[in-house]
Ligand binder design. Structure first.
Ligand code: ATP
Length: 648
C-alpha cells in the first residue's frame, strides 16, 4: 500500500530532539518578552552590599561583582542576545541568498565577481569585522549586528549558489520554461521553494553561530556597554573573578551552549521535515498504475488542414560543431511525426531548438523556416516564445519523476501551467479544471490526488500528470521527448495510448521522439530517421518500417525487439555514429553500413536526400536496396564486420 502523506507539523514532531529544542527556544523567547513579570530585580541596579552574593531563594543564581542579580540579567539578556542574533542572521540571509542565487543563475563574470567578494568576507571573521568597526566608530550593538551579519553572508551565499546550481538544471525547471514561465517566476515558484528548506535550516544553524559570535564580541566589550544585560557581556564582566567565582562565567556560558545546541537540533529537524520526500517511509515510487487507458491502435488519424508546424533546413550547432544539419519536416493538425535515432543523433537538440530551450552559447540555431501556425519561431522574442510554450506549444519530458517539482503538489503544478496562459480564473475554477484534467488522463480520485506530491505517485501516474499538464491549454503542437523511456515496460503502452487519446481529443500535432522504431511504427503517421544529426530516411511510418530503403533504418529495425521476431534475433549495430565535430568525406553511415560500396561513391561523396519509391532517402544505393526481407540479410552481413574493413 502506498504510504499516507504526512503534514509538516507531524513530520517535525517525529524529530523528538528538534521538537524539544523548539520548546526550549520558545520558552527562551517568552522569557525575554515577559522578563519584567518573571524577575523581581532590575537588571541594571547595582547593589554593592550584594556583591558576589551566593544563590538563595531570592537570588537563585546569586549576584555578580556589582551585586546585580544574575538570574534577572540572564532573563533580560535573552532580549539583546536573540534580537541582535536575529538581526545579523537576517542580513546574512537576505544578502547572502541574493548573492548566491544571482551567482548560480547568471553569467560567468557575475559569478566570479560575487565569489571573490564572498571569499574576502569568509576570510574576515565576525571578530575582525567587529574590532575594525569598533575601532572606526566606537563600540555599539549596531556594529556587532553588521559584523556578525557580514560574516554570515558567505555562508548563505555559498549554500544558495550550490543549491541553485543543483536545481537550475533539473528537468522540472526546463519543463517550467517549456510551459512559458519567466526567469522571475521560475525563481519564485521553483527555485526558492526548492532551496528554501535548506535555507530555513541554515537560518536556524546560523542563529547558533551568530549567538556565539555576538557573545565573543560582547565578551571583548565591543558591544554597546559591558554593563548591558547580554550573555557575552555578562561573561566579559565576570572574567576578573573567574577563579574566585567561576559560576559568574559558567552560568551564562552554559546558557549560550545549550541555546546554540538547540538551534543546531532545530536546524536538523527543520531540514528533515521541510522536505516532503522524507515524510513517507516507503520509498517505492514505482507501484503499478490502477488501470490504463484502453489500447486503441486503430486510432483514426485526423489529418486535415494546413501544416501547423513547418520546419525547413533546421541546423543546430554547439560551439561551432553541427549536431543537427538541415532537417526539414512539416506537421498537420492531429498528425504524429516520429523522430527516431540512436542516442546522440540529434533528436532532443531538434526538439529543444523548436522550444527555444537551448542555451546560447554554446548552442546556435538557424533555419530557413521554423513556423508554428505561421509564427516564426526563429524570430520570435523570448517573451513571445514564452507565451507559446506550455500554451500552443506543449512539451512532455523523458523522466516524469524529474520533470515535476518535488516540493509542489500535483494540483499546484497543473494549475500553474493553466494560469500562466489563462488569466482571470478563480481558484475554484482552476482547481476544477485541474481535477477534470487529471480525470481525463485516467487518474482515479483526482480531487485527492491533486493535493499529493510527485513522490507519492508511480512513474506511470506521473507521466499521466505530465500529459494532463501539457494538454490543459489544448496545444497546437505537442513535443514528447522519449515520454516512456523512464517507465516500466508494462506502463509504456498505456502512456503512449493515452498520448494518442489526448492528441485526438485536442487535435494537437505531435512530435514523438524515441529511439524505438517499433514505437514509431505503432504510434506515428510519419517518421523521420535521424543519424548523426541528419535525416537519412523519412516518409509514411508504415512504409518506412515495412520497406525501408536506408541501411541505417534497416539496421535499427533489426536491432529493435519485436514480439513477432525470432528469439535471439536482435542484431546490434556495430561501431558508433560520428559525433558533431567528426568530418567524413562520404556518407556518414558508411563506416557502419552493411551495403557500403566504393564504386557507388559511399566513401567519397556525401549523399543527398532523394525521393525513392515514395520515401526521402539519403543513400547512394537506395534504388538497389530491395524489400523488407533484406533487413535481416543486411544485418547478418553487418555482424560479420566485413563492411567495417571495407569502409576503411
Ligand atoms: N548543450 C550541449 N552542449 C554541447 N553539445 C551538446 C549539447 N546538447 C547536445 N549536444 C550534442 O549534440 C548531439 C545530439 O544530442 P541530442 O541530445 O540531441 O541527441 P539525442 O538523439 O536526443 O540523444 P538521447 O537519445 O541520448 O537523448 C550529441 O552529440 C550531443 O553530445
Amino acid at each position: 500500500m502506498r504510504p499516507r502523506p504526512t503534514s509538516f507539523p507531524r513530520r517535525f514532531l517525529q524529530q523528538r530532539l528538534a521538537a524539544l529544542a523548539l520548546v526550549y527556544l520558545l520558552l527562551l523567547v517568552l522569557a525575554g518578552v515577559f522578563a519584567p513579570a518573571l524577575t523581581w530585580y532590575s537588571p541594571d541596579t547595582v547593589d554593592i552590599a550584594a556583591r558576589f552574593a551566593p544563590w538563595s531563594w531570592d537570588r537563585p543564581l546569586g549576584a555578580d561583582a556589582t551585586g546585580r542579580d544574575i538570574y534577572t540579567r540572564l532573563v533580560y539578556g535573552t532580549r539583546l542576545t536573540l534580537g541582535i542574533s536575529l538581526a545579523a542572521v537576517t542580513i546574512g540571509l537576505l544578502i547572502g541568498t541574493a548573492f548566491g542565487v544571482l551567482s548560480g543563475l547568471l553569467r560567468q563574470w557575475v559569478d566570479t565577481g560575487i565569489q571573490r567578494v564572498t571569499d574576502v568576507l569568509l576570510c574576515l571573521s565576525a571578530t575582525i569585522f567587529g574590532m575594525l568597526l569598533a575601532a572606526a566608530f566606537g563600540p555599539s550593538w549596531t556594529n556587532v549586528v553588521i559584523a556578525a551579519g557580514l560574516s554570515l553572508i558567505p555562508v548563505f551565499s555559498r549554500l544558495s549558489r550550490s543549491l541553485t546550481f543543483s536545481v537550475r538544471n533539473e528537468l522540472y525547471i526546463e519543463v517550467a520554461r517549456a510551459q512559458g514561465a519567466s526567469t522571475g517566476r521560475i525563481v519564485r515558484s521553483h527555485l526558492l521553494p526548492n532551496i528554501g528548506g535548506s535555507l530555513i535550516a541554515m537560518t536556524s544553524l546560523s542563529m547558533g553561530y551568530a549567538i556565539l559570535s555576538i557573545a565573543g564580541l560582547g565578551f571583548l566589550g565591543i558591544g554597546g556597554s559591558i554593563l548591558d544585560a547580554e550573555w557575552g557581556s555578562m561573561m566579559g564582566a565576570a572574567r576578573n573573578a573567574f577563579f574566585a567565582h567561576p559560576g559568574q562565567i559558567t552560568v551564562p556560558g552554559l546558557v549560550i551552549i545549550v541555546t546554540v545546541v538547540a538551534f543546531m537540533l532545530l536546524s536538523d529537524g527543520l531540514q528533515a521535515a521541510l522536505d516532503p520526500r522524507l515524510g513517507t517511509s516507503n520509498a517505492s515510487l514505482l507501484a503499478p498504475t490502477r488501470r490504463g487507458v484502453k489500447r486503441s491502435l486503430s486510432a483514426s488519424r485526423e489529418q486535415g488542414g494546413d501544416a501547423v508546424l513547418n520546419v525547413e533546413r533546421l541546423t543546430v550547432s554547439f560551439d561551432g560543431r553541427e549536431a543537427v544539419r538541415d532537417i526539414s519536416f512539416s506537421l498537420r493538425p492531429g498528425e504524429t511525426l516520429g523522430i527516431v535515432g540512436e542516442s546522440g543523433s540529434g533528436k532532443s537538440a531538434t526538439a529543444s531548438a523548436l522550444l527555444g530551450l537551448l542555451p546560447s552559447p554554446p548552442a546556435r540555431v538557424a533555419a530557413a523556416k521554423a513556423q508554428l501556425d505561421g509564427i516564426d519561431l526563429m524570430r520570435a522574442s523570448e517573451r513571445e516564445i514564452r507565451d507559446l510554450r506550455g500554451g500552443r506549444l506543449a512539451y512532455i519530458a523523458q523522466n516524469p519523476m524529474k520533470a515535476l517539482n518535488p516540493l509542489m503538489t500535483i494540483g499546484a503544478q497543473i494549475g500553474e501551467a493553466l494560469t500562466l496562459h489563462q488569466s482571470g480564473l478563480s481558484r475554484g475554477e482552476v482547481r476544477s479544471q485541474v481535477i477534470q484534467a487529471l480525470a481525463g488522463v485516467g487518474i482515479s480520485d483526482p480531487a485527492r490526488r491533486c493535493d499529493e506530491y510527485p513522490h507519492q505517485m508511480s512513474g506511470g501516474m506521473l507521466q499521466r500528470v505530465a500529459i494532463a499538464m501539457a494538454m490543459i491549454n489544448r496545444p497546437d503542437l505537442l513535443i514528447a521527448d522519449e515520454p516512456t523511456t523512464a517507465l516500466d515496460v508494462t506502463v509504456q503502452a498505456q502512456v503512449l495510448d493515452l498520448l494518442n487519446v489526448a492528441k485526438r481529443a485536442t487535435g494537437a500535432a505531435t512530435v514523438l521522439i524515441t529511439h524505438d522504431i517499433g514505437v514509431v511504427s505503432e504510434y506515428a503517421d510519419r517518421v523521420c530517421v535521424l543519424y548523426s544529426g541528419e535525416v537519412v530516411e523519412t516518409g509514411p511510418a508504415r512504409r518506412v518500417v515495412e520497406n525501408p530503403r536506408h541501411p541505417y533504418t534497416r539496421a535499427l529495425l533489426a536491432s529493435s525487439p519485436r514480439l513477432d521476431g525470432p528469439l535471439g534475433g536482435l542484431r546490434p549495430i556495430p561501431g558508433r555514429q560520428p559525433g558533431p565535430g567528426d568530418t567524413l568525406s562520404g556518407c556518414r553511415f558508411a563506416p557502419r553500413c552493411a551495403e557500403v560500396l566504393e564504386s557507388a561513391g559511399c566513401m567519397t561523396q556525401a549523399p543527398t536526400l532523394r525521393l525513392v519509391d515514395g520515401l526521402q532517402v539519403r543513400c547512394h544505393r537506395a534504388e538497389t536496396l530491395g524489400a523488407a526481407d533484406s533487413v535481416n540479410e543486411g544485418s547478418e552481413r553487418m555482424q560479420e564486420g566485413d563492411h567495417i574493413e571495407a569502409a576503411r
